[in-house]
Design a protein around this ligand. Sequence first.
Ligand code: COA
Length: 191
Amino acid sequence: MVKDLVRNIIAFPSAFFNKIRLRIHGVSIGIGSVVKGKIYIVNKGKITIGDNCIINGRNKYDPIGCGEGCTLVTEKNGNICIGSKCGISNAAIYSRASICIGDRVLLGGGVKIYDTDFHSIEHIWRGTVEDKLHACSESVNIGNDVFIGAGVTILKGVTIGDRAVVGAGAVVTKDILADEIWAGNPAIKIR
Ligand SMILES: CC(C)(COP(=O)(O)OP(=O)(O)OC[C@H]1O[C@@H](n2cnc3c(N)ncnc32)[C@H](O)[C@@H]1OP(=O)(O)O)[C@@H](O)C(=O)NCCC(=O)NCCS
């Protein structure tokens, strides 16, 4: 109890300045949500964070490794929507299309969620101004009460059902149904 109080007092300046930074970047942040440590934000689309979320950047606020900080990036027309009561540690979420995350979702350290390939798979476009136009982008949807383990990468077009679990280090390329547990690279259902 006392430890929590001390921790909150120490984190207060970081949380305060991050809230101001998020607002400057046009991020809508809900009541009771706290962003501690390092967060990198580019918002050319729309970013919404629900109520009572905890977002931690750097090892000081989440000492499980992968402490590079959090990244929230939307390109023009991109959309990141994070529900309420989510916990996010040192994760990178990058949107060109749309990434929707439900309520009470946990994203472990070093998670990456991309709704785009960033580059064309046809080599002729890469290194040209048209590379981006030929890169495939598709929405990602994550349901409520989902637990994503540390170091997971979720790729474009994936839908993850409510209460699903994704094991540490997985690369998710296919949809996961509600209540299933998936792991591995590429991720497969383990339960
Ligand atoms: C997915 C997870 C929850 C499953 O835990 P569990 O129910 O105790 O599963 P088990 O350890 O019994 O493993 C079941 C099978 O899945 C495999 N498995 C479990 N986790 C795996 C993973 N991350 N990657 C690949 N295979 C995995 C096991 O090897 C085992 O395979 P087998 O049946 O062939 O022996 C757990 O392994 C995990 O990855 N936890 C995430 C921890 C984490 O990152 N926390 C976030 C910190 S911020």
